[in-house]
Design a protein around this ligand. Sequence first.
Ligand SMILES: O=C([O-])C(=O)C[C@H](O)[C@@H](O)C(=O)[O-]
Ligand SMILES: [Mg+2]
Length: 416
Amino acid sequence: MATIRQVTITPVAFRDPALLNRVGVHEPFALRSVIEVDCGDGVIGLGESYGDDAFLGLLRAVAPTLVGLDVFDLEIVARRVTAAVGPGTVTDNHGLTGTSSAAKTLRSVFSAFEVACLDAVGQLTGRPVVDLLGGRVREHVPFSAYLFYKWAGHPAAAPDEWGAALDADAIVRQAHRMISRYGFGSIKLKGGVLPPDEEFEAIQALAGAFPHHPLRWDPNAAWTVPTAIRIADKAAGILEYLEDPTAGIAGMAQVAREAPMPLATNMCVVGFEDIPEAVDARAIGVLLSDHHFWGGLRQTQYVAAVADTFDIGLSMHSNSHLGISLAAMVHVAASTPRLTYACDTHWPWKTEDVVAEPLEIVGGAVAVPRTPGLGVRLDRDALARLHQQYLTCGVRRRDDTGYMRRIRPDYRPGSW
Ligand SMILES: O=C([O-])C(=O)C[C@H](O)[C@@H](O)C(=O)[O-]
Ligand SMILES: [Mg+2]
């Protein structure tokens, strides 16, 4: 038994480049929450999740109700989360992660605490989190180069180190830079920004420049069914998968019947309750799991088991995140036999962290830690600095469209 003595939630803001997507542009700061589950004797488990006001409110409602519990009792923690969040609560300002629901909200809140408890249990038992999940099936977890169309910088700010990327040549330059720095062995292009035929020029240019790198393209449901079928046909033989070309399970199923490559999603199948319909309709060939909204690391293992049952490929979705989340992603991916594609990560885009010595991406992969828990520790000064940045930055929820409209009042999210 190890009693939870205190649970602390600290919102932080970290600098984010002007990355473009289907609904607008990233604001200058991305929000996260850092969860600390203190079990005494220096054992403090870490979690990381969304940092918008509504989500923070739920984390703060749960936190005091966990004090006094045994940190090993994850099912009791889940019950306390359910009681504190209450039935029917829905909040989801987390950016293009598909349908919102009360079940998804509950799973998201539980996940933040589950990861922190598992980190604490790992520290208490002297075992890395992956060992608590059944042990490692791989020593390295592969990630893909996540390319974005982007502006050179935020308006009125100096350009960032990546510069602008608004056409195929600039996207290829971005890929060269990212791959030479991190060694990624596969590439994802975030689409839904330009008309699809223009974005396809970048896909073709990437295929020419990186013939041995599997490619994926994600327009976040910006296309109609006929557009998606036409573009999928054009991209035959080029993509390992096409991610969320269109909205909804029914639309995805129509496209999947015609498309020469598998369709992937982190938008139309975002909870266990979506799986029967998607399987019946044969809507997807690849599922992008994400422990932040699928209910934690153990539920993510169940997602993998379900994917296995229905012969669906498995990859991993990412929003903007810091080093605690990267570690959590690595541990669960390392424990998952069926990880058929490299995971997504926004990692290359961030310049600040709360973690003292973050895990590193080398040769396109992260070595799975062997130290107890998640294998990362807080840099208290950095946490204080990024919390201060949160207090002064003015951002309280993610709003890519609102920010874009402050810059371009006539902006409308892409739809083709
Ligand atoms: O795969 C995805 O759909 C994402 O990564 C969603 C994110 O919100 C991404 O589009 C972003 O951060 O702009
Ligand atoms: Mg996606």
